[in-house]
Design a protein around this ligand. Structure first.
Ligand code: PLP
Length: 434
């Protein structure tokens, strides 16, 4: 749209060309009668597809009944949703603070961690993490957006992620220089003022990095030893995205605080949730809870979330995500064998990424640097254009393409999408470099 008065996020305004969507339904959107399969669930939030009918009905019903009520009034939706979530999340979650977004949920998680531990620093992943775009959450986000927002802080310390595929050839993790839990222990030994470690159990924007076996269990032990809280940012990994209800279901280690958003309402209403464990909930029995917001636990968002969770359960969508994930894993490994330009394929459930390389030495098609954040490679651009021209919406970052369709996707639709990606890679990347 020309001369729009809207500011578009993360963009040079004059370069933005917005596509006008006429209709959305299920896994698809339509532009001028052309149908597009959404292979990224928009912002990895429309997990139940567009226009999910039960959620829309729940929203209408709640809007007609009580469209708003402040935090100091009782509301059955808030009560019910907190109850459902604390029971659903593995481990020992006792209470929930509902807010309005992922960033806010993380912001609140860190406020709580500092208040509870009476310490003031946050430990986070360098480069391979994103926790939100507010000034505070960007300060503990490793990715380029921290620098962009000019949010660096002395109260944040970073450590490196264990990226297994960057283990030098001929070596195997842990017998290489890649970051291990001991690195974190060394940091905690030196810095007595660290309140919490925050991490995405499987990274989102950073391309589905899964730590090696035992990593989170070691981290859990280290956190307990140094009285540091473990925060899992499950804003992308929650609600079946990775083939289990939550990322934490893949490991025996459980966090002290968890943050949720995106898929919590099937992406239809804004809602964030910060879950706290029994010991932290007990602390607040006699302590003043030091934050709040106008849109606290919005009753319409809570109604949408209750219905969304019912929909995940009714459709057996978590199991389905796991099953379809096996199909993706198989297909991507076949592609990795076929194409020299594929450096790595990673993920679980309906949450995958493919990384591209440009030579036999395994050099990334684009390096993950601050400068490169702003300039998309022509080859990646061509790949995404090819997919769009062929009726599929998909995106990525740097040298990666993401695969994260809605959980309601059919096997045949998933196969069609993967076959299209295979063709797109061959034409736009493999044939250009090898
Ligand atoms: N945490 C993770 C892992 C995310 O992927 C995002 C957003 O993409 C956020 C936090 C921030 O969530 P929001 O955009 O709702 O503030």
């Amino acid at each position: 749209m020309k001369n729009s008065k809207n500011i578009i996020p993360w963009s040079v305004q004059k370069n933005v060309k917005l596509l006008k969507v006429d209709k959305t339904l299920g896994c698809y959107f339509w532009i001028k009668n052309k149908k597009y399969l959404d292979f990224c669930s928009q912002l990895v939030n429309v997990n139940l597809g567009f226009q999910s009918p039960n959620i829309i009905n729940a929203i209408i019903k709640q809007t007609k009944k009580i469209s708003f009520i402040g935090p100091k009034f009782e509301n059955e939706n808030r009560e019910k949703l907190a109850d459902v979530l604390t029971n659903l999340y593995p481990g020992n979650m006792k209470k929930v603070f509902f807010s309005d977004s992922g960033a806010r949920a993380n912001e609140i998680a860190c406020i709580i961690a500092k208040h509870y531990t009476k310490k003031n620093k946050i430990l986070a992943r360098k480069i391979t993490s994103y926790h939100g775009a507010t000034r505070y959450t960007a300060s503990f986000s490793g990715d380029a957006r921290r620098q962009m927002i000019n949010a660096s802080s002395n109260n944040v310390i970073f450590f490196s992620d264990p990226i297994i595929n960057s283990c030098p050839r001929g070596k195997n993790y842990p017998n290489c220089n890649i970051s291990k839990p001991d690195t974190i222990e060394k940091i905690l030994k030196r810095n007595k003022s660290i309140a919490a470690i925050i991490l995405e159990p499987i990274t989102g924007s950073a391309g589905r990095i899964i730590p090696p076996k035992g990593y989170y269990e070691s981290l859990r032990k280290i956190c307990d030893k140094y009285n540091v809280l473990l925060i899992f940012d499950e804003i992308m990994t929650g609600f079946g995205r990775t083939g289990k209800w939550f990322g934490a279901n893949h490991w025996s280690a459980k966090p002290d605080i968890v943050t949720l958003a995106k898929g919590i309402t099937g992406g239809i209403m804004p809602l964030g949730a910060t879950l706290i464990s029994k010991k932290i909930a007990k602390f607040y029995e006699n302590e003043y809870f030091p934050t709040g917001l106008t849109n606290y636990a919005h009753p319409i968002s809570c109604a949408a979330a209750i219905e969304a969770i019912k929909t995940y359960k009714k459709g057996n969508l978590i199991k389905k995500s796991e099953k379809l994930g096996n199909l993706i894993e198989k297909k991507l490994n076949i592609m990795k064998k076929k194409f020299k330009c594929i450096g790595d394929v990673r993920g679980k459930g309906l949450f995958y990424a493919i990384e591209f390389i440009k030579n036999k030495n395994g050099e990334r098609l684009i390096n993950w640097t601050y400068k490169n954040y702003f300039k998309e490679s022509t080859h990646m651009k061509n790949l995404f254009k090819f997919l769009l021209d062929n009726g599929m919406f998909c995106y990525g970052r740097y040298n990666m393409i993401y695969i994260c369709p809605p959980l309601i996707i059919k096997k045949s639709e998933l196969e069609r999408g993967l076959n299209l990606i295979e063709r797109g890679i061959e034409i736009n990347i493999e044939n250009k470099f090898f």
